[in-house]
Each structure stands twice: as C-alpha cells, then as structure tokens.
Design a protein around this ligand. Structure first.
Ligand code: NAP
Length: 310
C-alpha cells in the first residue's frame, strides 16, 4: 500500500502548491463566521412572532422606510430590506422623496408616520443628501418606533445597558459573537470607527459585556499597534481592505462591518484570515445580520405597541 505523503516543503512544484492551498482553504473555511445562517435563524424567529401578532390582534406589523434622493446603493439596500420584511409576513411601506427634499419636508413625512397606528417601525435610510439635517430627521422618530436605533435617546439606553432597539449593525455583531462563543469578559477589543450608528454603540455594547475597549478613529495614532494588542477587532471604517494581516495578532477574532464598492470589506481578508481564529466574510457576515436584526426589532416593537407577548 502506498501511503499519502505530503509533498516536501518549499512548494517548488504546482502539485505541492495545490496541496498546500487546499489545506489552507479548509482551515480558513473553518474560521468563517456565517452571518447568513445565523440571520436565517433570526428571520425564522421573526416570522413566528409576526404570525403570533397577527393571530392575536388581526394586525400585520409594518415597517415604513423613508428614502431621500437617488443614491443607487441606498436604493439597493432598501430593496433588500423590503424583500426580507415581506418574506417574514410583515408589511413594508416605502416613502420615496426626491433629491431636493428639505429638512422640514422630511421631518413632516416622518411626523405622519410617527402618529400612524398602522406603522410600528420607522427606518430613515442613510446617508441622506448633505443639505438635510440628519439629526433633526432622526430625532423626529418616536422612541417606540425607532427600530434602527438612530435617536439620541436610544443611544443613551444602549450606553447604559437598558433595554433598547440597538443600532442594527452592532446588535447583529453582538449576536454573531455570542453565537460563536467569543469570550468578551476581560478581552481587549479594538473598534475602528466612531460613528453614532456603528462604532460608538458597538464600543458601548462591548464595554457592557465587560470587554476593555479601545475606540479608534481617523486621529488615532499608531493604529496598527493598537489593533495588534486586541483579542477582538471590529472594523467599521468605510475604507476598502483597510485592516492588514500584519496588524492582527494570532488568534484574534476579526469582525468586518465594512461594505465598500465591489462588495469589499474594511478588512484585507486574504492576509487577515491567516492570523485570525474567526473572521466574518464580506459578503455573508455582518450584512445579513444587520437586516435580520432590523426586522426582528420591528416585530418586537409591533408586539410591544399592540400589547402582545412574543
Ligand atoms: P462613517 O460614519 O463614515 O464612519 C467611519 C469611521 O471611521 C469614522 O469614525 C472615522 O473617523 C473612521 N475612520 C476613517 N478613516 C480612518 C482611518 N484612516 N483610521 C481610523 N479610523 C478612520 O461610517 P459608518 O456608517 O460607521 O460605516 C462604516 C463601515 O461600515 C462602512 O464600510 C459602511 O459601508 C459599513 N456599514 C455596513 C453595514 C452593514 O449592514 N454591513 C451597515 C452600516 C455601515 P472620524 O470619526 O475621525 O472621522
């Protein structure tokens, strides 16, 4: 019997390279955090909640989405969110406003949705065009309908660890970390990005889970050395392939929240997958969890407004 002998080291021929890269592919595959699979579970749960709400009250939970302008990426996100919303049996309302919409006009539309008892969650797709006062628009959403977690009050609740509809991307990331049993208690987490919808609430949630958090941003010095010290790295920068393999310590868990043109994350996957023990792919990592969380939080908001236990 001829034994399978691994090719000698040095990789001087094609067969040796294939053998090595097959093995590496299998190892790297095992490191992937599957956001699609977990999102599917969350959506199944949401579907069951929608059924309970409808059976108990006769009311179908509804999410209203407001989109301003003609940014193609935003329209694509909205289409995806609406499809998932309808897939779980919820109503999806769409309010499309033209590019030149003023802050007052946008606020007036949101006010209508705020008092409409048939609307249980309101999503204002961002970014909104520059001249609009985004904060004024967000703050018009009543807290009980703020299923995307964009209001200042909701951020306060998140920071204090109170029950909240958490901004959907960090909430989805926390679910992924829990699903993969990532130990956060006492771990050092580096969050890159401090936006109100992503980096800041992410850092707060990690602190509430007893991690030691370094929140980095564009003025941070020695970013690679901060990242190198981290057990958990969250990239939320908005720059394609920003985090490099050489920045990441062996065994770190790396979450790529980025979504840049060409479906590329904020992490240089090819180099970071080697040192990482777990990593989210783009696509198929954080993105599906964001949408699933939005839908799940909308069903919870509807249940609360209608007085149904789910
Ligand atoms: P954002 O509002 O533009 O914030 C980006 C953050 O990155 C800012 O805090 C900025 O620092 C920081 N930053 C920029 N350049 C940096 C540098 N060279 N070094 C360190 N930090 C730097 O973006 P965002 O809305 O939080 O989104 C971040 C990423 O997540 C984007 O790729 C976006 O597409 C993605 N995203 C994905 C989902 C999803 O569902 N998958 C949802 C939302 C967002 P300053 O504060 O100093 O400017």
């Amino acid at each position: 019997m001829v034994e399978a002998v691994p090719p000698r080291r040095g990789f001087t021929d094609a067969a040796a390279l294939d053998w090595y890269s097959d093995g590496m592919n299998r190892i790297n595959q095992a490191k992937l955090m599957d956001g699609r699979a977990l999102a599917q579970q969350v959506l199944e749960g949401a579907k069951a909640k929608v059924r309970t709400i409808r059976d108990t009250t006769g009311v179908t939970p509804a999410l209203a989405t407001v989109i301003v302008g003609d940014d193609p990426a935003s329209h694509t996100y909205v289409r995806m969110k609406r499809k998932r919303t309808e897939d779980v049996g919820m109503k999806s309302l769409l309010i499309e406003l033209p590019q030149g919409t003023t802050t007052d006009e946008l606020v007036a539309e949101i006010r209508k949705l705020a008092v409409d008892p048939g609307v249980h969650g309101i999503l204002v797709q961002h970014p909104v065009p520059k001249p609009i006062d985004k904060r004024a628009a967000f703050e018009t959403i009543p807290i009980e309908k703020d299923v995307d977690g964009v209001t200042a009050s909701m951020l306060g609740r998140v920071i204090l660890g109170m029950p909240a509809y958490v901004p959907c991307t960090p909430a989805g990331i926390m679910r992924l970390l829990r699903e993969y049993n990532v130990e956060l208690d006492g771990a050092h987490a580096a969050v890159i990005g401090r936006s109100p919808i992503l980096g800041r609430p992410m850092a707060s949630m990690l602190i509430n889970a007893h991690a030691t958090v370094t929140l980095c941003h564009s003025r941070s010095r020695s970013l690679p050395s901060i990242v190198r010290a981290a057990d958990v790295v969250i990239a939320a920068v908005g720059k394609a392939r920003f985090v490099q393999g050489g920045w990441v310590k062996v065994g770190a868990v790396v979450i790529d929240a980025g979504y840049n043109e060409g479906t590329v994350g904020d992490v240089d996957f090819e180099t970071v997958v080697e040192p990482a023990s777990l990593i989210t792919p783009v696509p198929g990592g954080v993105g599906p969890m964001t949408i699933a969380t939005l839908i799940d939080q909308t069903t919870d908001a509807a249940a609360k407004q209608l007085g149904v236990e789910v």
